[in-house]
Write a protein that binds this ligand. Structure first.
Ligand code: GLN
Length: 392
């Protein structure tokens, strides 16, 4: 009898998180796995320090501390223009990662089909395998990452139970328009299917683009499982606080899945997060302004160097086209993964190979992120200039 399950042989570890480990090993500037190099807002840290002595230190309610769910319901309810029931429609999870896994486990039987856009955030592949779902890939076609709606309809006709929508989209930075979401939503309604959204970058959207919530569209709350997180919004990726919002009957089952997967998220951190969720609207405006500045600064740096890249409408990721480098004799036959490993060692900057996000055989893109302080971005850009010299 084999010692291990068949399922663990069908996916690799996360390439994103592997790149962080290799980057640390070589002391490179890590622009691979997306997380900020600055701390959560001070009031959250002050509250966390206080909680260290006052508690809670024991389990919270498994699907989330009451005050955290109240604060989440208030904030997200304002966003979607509908009251959210903190007892029946929210499950607090260990990061957006668990929210997505929990959503998949809640709605998928082994063999069920689920549509996934390509490029996709790599977790969705493993989520599908672990929940037994079979992905149907819908291409997002560069340069604008448009999609063909008729392929989505075909997917539903082939029996797809859900479509996963990462909006704003990691890694391509696409922000789905209201028209696009309305059209996808209409198909979810027509085929009685779910939209499972990943909206962790909801506040990192660059003007003139605006974030539209799928669950806010007419009739769609009942058909949407929204996966979200506090990681990006409050620069707290290590706190591992996520949540899902779903209609009561779905959330009821998701609570069971979550309970047996993890019991609950860290109680002291939930308590400290409540402070952040009560910040005024200006907090989110400032966050957006901060990241707009970072995006513009980093992209201007890439332009100065002459690296070809997309212009993300949202998220803190940018895709760089490395075709010109792979055409050089010294890189002949290299994969994007080999190129990224070489970059870590010889250039001192860590990126994620684009192939880990695409179903199609894409080998010419690498992903960098700009959730970094200016000095770090400057040093990364200085190092990236060495890349360009190779082309001279
Ligand atoms: N979403 C981040 C990225 O794509 C990482 C999230 C994670 O590693 N859990 O880099």
């Amino acid at each position: 009898m084999p010692r291990l399950s068949d399922r663990v042989g069908t996916f690799t570890d996360s390439v994103i998180r592997r790149m962080t480990r290799i980057s640390d090993q070589y002391g490179a500037i890590n622009l691979s796995q997306g997380f900020p190099d600055f701390d959560p807002p001070r009031p959250m840290l002050d509250r966390l320090a206080q909680v260290a002595y006052e508690g809670p230190h024991q389990y919270s309610v498994t699907f989330g501390a009451r005050n955290l769910r109240d604060a989440l319901a208030a904030k997200q309810g304002r966003a979607i223009g509908r009251a959210i029931d903190p007892d029946k429609e929210i499950v607090v999870t260990c990061g957006g990662t668990e929210a997505m896994m929990c959503a998949m486990m809640t709605i998928c039987n082994p063999g069920d089909k689920v549509m996934v856009f390509s490029p996709f955030y790599e977790n969705y592949g493993a989520d599908a395998i672990l929940s037994g779902a079979e992905p149907i890939y819908i291409p997002l076609v560069p340069p604008d990452y448009d999609f063909d709606l008729s392929l989505i309809e075909q997917g539903f006709q082939a029996g797809a139970k859900a479509i996963i929508i990462c909006n704003p989209s990691n890694p391509c930075g696409k922000v789905f328009t209201k028209e696009e979401l309305t059209a996808i939503g209409a198909l979810c309604l027509k085929y009685d299917a779910f939209a499972v959204t990943d909206e962790v970058y909801e506040h990192l959207v660059y003007a003139p683009n605006e974030h539209v919530y799928m669950s806010a569209l007419p009739g769609m709350f009942e058909h949407t499982i929204t996966c979200n997180s506090l990681s990006k919004t409050f620069s707290a990726t290590g706190w591992r606080l996520g949540y899902l919002i779903a209609p009561a009957d779905v959330a009821e089952s998701a609570k069971k899945v979550h309970d047996f997967l993890t019991v609950g998220a860290a109680a002291p951190l939930q308590e400290a997060a409540v402070v952040g969720l009560r910040f005024p609207e200006s907090y989110y405006e400032d966050l957006r302004a901060l990241y707009t500045e970072k995006r513009d600064y980093f992209l201007a740096g890439l332009d100065r160097i002459g690296l070809k890249h997309n212009v993300p409408q949202g998220t803190y990721f940018v895709l760089i086209d490395i075709s010109d480098f792979l055409a050089l004799p010294r890189f002949a036959g290299w994969t994007d993964l080999e190129f990224c490993e070489w970059m870590i060692k010889d250039i001192g900057v860590a990126a994620v190979p684009g192939s880990s996000f695409f179903k199609e055989p894409v080998n010419n893109l690498i992903r960098l992120h700009f959730a970094r302080q200016k000095d770090t971005m400057d040093e990364a850009l200085r190092r990236l200039e060495k890349l360009k010299e190779l082309l001279n």
